[in-house]
Design a protein around this ligand. Structure first.
Ligand code: FMN
Length: 185
């Protein structure tokens, strides 16, 4: 039997990241899971206007996306329970910068992207920020044959409905390929 369960969003899990901004001359990091891919080099995110971080993005038109591993869950969650409005999060990490001096990235996280704001939509309680990836950085430790290896990143997956973190399983098939074994192909 199929259950009708209202308008629950069933797209989780989503990767959890820290988005970096500069506000009042200091880095600030916010935990974000509502981050999506519009096309390969274009990302979008829905950020509640009450948060501190939006001010930095609107002012500088830049932000960074930093991908933690499950080993970094405590500090990742911490950045999602305290606000830069009253807690200084700038000293939690070693920050580094790419070409844009207002998109601080986290040295301790294996994958980092510096992004340029290209669009901003007003969604009432939320800002929708659309950004273009300007540069991506990654540690040797997460590369296999020159490619980012998801297993090595060990990203934090988040389910908003249960408010729980999950861990990645194994790859089991090749995309644009396994479908060709369908009898109708
Ligand atoms: C796992 C997790 C995911 C979150 N995802 C989002 C999100 O996608 N959008 C958002 O506006 N807030 C999100 N938050 C809430 C903010 O991270 C949190 O309110 C944070 O303290 C705001 O920091 P700031 O005021 O320094 O910007 C998330 C929090 C957690 C713990």
């Amino acid at each position: 039997m199929k259950n009708k369960i209202g308008t629950l969003n069933a797209l989780y899990p989503l990767p959890t990241v820290l988005v970096g901004t500069v506000i009042n001359g200091k880095p600030n990091y916010i935990t974000m899971a509502h981050v999506g891919v519009l096309k390969a080099n274009i990302v979008c995110m829905g950020m509640a206007k009450v948060h501190f971080s939006g001010h930095g993005i609107i002012e500088n038109k830049t932000f960074s996306i930093n991908v933690p591993s499950t080993k970094q869950t405590v500090v990742t969650d911490y950045c999602g329970v305290v606000s830069g409005k009253n807690t200084d999060k700038s000293e939690l990490f070693t920050s580094f910068y790419g070409v844009m001096k207002t998109a601080p990235m986290i040295e301790e996280f294996a994958v980092n992207m510096e992004c340029k704001l290209i669009d901003h939509l007003d969604y009432g309680s939320h800002d929708i920020f659309i950004g273009e990836i300007v540069n991506t950085f990654c540690d040797d430790s997460v590369l296999t044959d020159g490619q980012i290896d998801l297993k090595k990143i060990d990203p934090i997956l988040f389910d908003m409905n249960t408010r729980k973190y999950w861990q990645l399983g194994d790859s089991y098939a090749k995309a644009w390929s396994i479908g060709k074994t369908h009898p109708k192909f």
